[in-house]
Design a protein around this ligand. Structure first.
Ligand code: BTN
Length: 249
């Protein structure tokens, strides 16, 4: 895969597509992809969310984009760290470029602002045997949308700041931050500590669901693989993604 040194320098804008992640995957499969390509769409007809859910966003109101990364040479053990890079970059964007308050990461990869979800991340990896070939980082950030079906759980930059934003003026600083964070990832700089410092409810007692039963535990953070570390009834435990669901308070 051709390697562009700056992520986002090759930029594709689409008015409508099924999903920017699908488009990126298609480019990869056709041998047309380049490392660092960024694909943004005004509207997705089949936007994909986590766990097979759909990602719905009003036309031209939100950032819907995917970044193609060549991950050859990186250990598969670093998959969660790449997820952390995306989460940290998005949280940092909202905090530093737009001075938004009360921003945190809900494990494993949702970005919350003032207690409601503002951005979601869906990473799709191509793995051949034991080699990590490439990754597509798909991000949906609610920017100018004013109404949501689930108003208690979703929010947007507009709803929190009362301002409207040019979408590319939000994407540009994001890409700058993402480039910096990705460099750290390449240099094996420890980033999980930073991720944990932004983690929702870290250091607090949280309720979680496991095998349809509710438990409580003290949330310590995640390890490098993204396993959730909690003390439950005084014992340190580690939980995999999908093994437990964290409840919001
Ligand atoms: C989530 O469920 O929280 C993840 C949502 C990810 C949505 C983005 S929008 C751009 C990219 N293309 C997709 O189809 N999904 C991701």
């Amino acid at each position: 895969m051709l390697r562009n040194s700056v992520i986002g320098d090759v930029f594709i804008e689409l008015s409508e597509i099924d999903s920017t992640n699908n488009y990126a995957m298609q480019l990869i499969n056709e041998g047309m992809a380049e490392h660092g390509m960024c694909i943004r769409a005004d509207f997705q007809t089949h936007g994909k969310g986590q766990l097979g859910n759909t990602w719905q966003a009003e036309e031209s109101k939100n950032l819907l984009f995917s970044i193609i990364l060549d991950t050859q040479g990186f250990s598969l053990q670093k998959q969660f760290e790449l997820n952390a890079v995306a989460c940290i970059s998005m949280a940092e964007l909202l905090m530093t470029s737009f001075t938004m308050k009360d921003i945190c990461i809900k494990w494993p990869n949702d970005i919350y602002a003032e207690g409601k979800k503002i951005a979601g991340i869906l990473i799709e990896n191509n793995i051949r045997g034991t080699a990590w070939s490439n990754a597509v980082i798909g991000i949906g950030l609610n920017v100018n949308q004013q109404t949501f079906i689930d108003v208690n759980r979703a929010t947007s930059m507009y709803l929190l700041t009362g301002k409207t934003y040019k979408l590319n003026m939000v994407l540009k600083p994001f890409l700058k931050i993402f480039n910096q964070q990705f460099k750290k990832f390449q240099q094996n700089v420890e980033i999980i500590e930073l991720y944990n410092s932004m983690l929702m409810n870290v250091g607090k007692t949280v309720m979680f669901k496991r095998n349809h039963e509710m438990y409580s535990g003290l949330l310590h953070g995640v390890d490098k693989q993204g396993n959730l570390e909690m003390s439950v009834q005084g014992k340190m435990k580690s939980f995999k993604h999908r093994e437990v669901e964290l409840m919001l308070d």
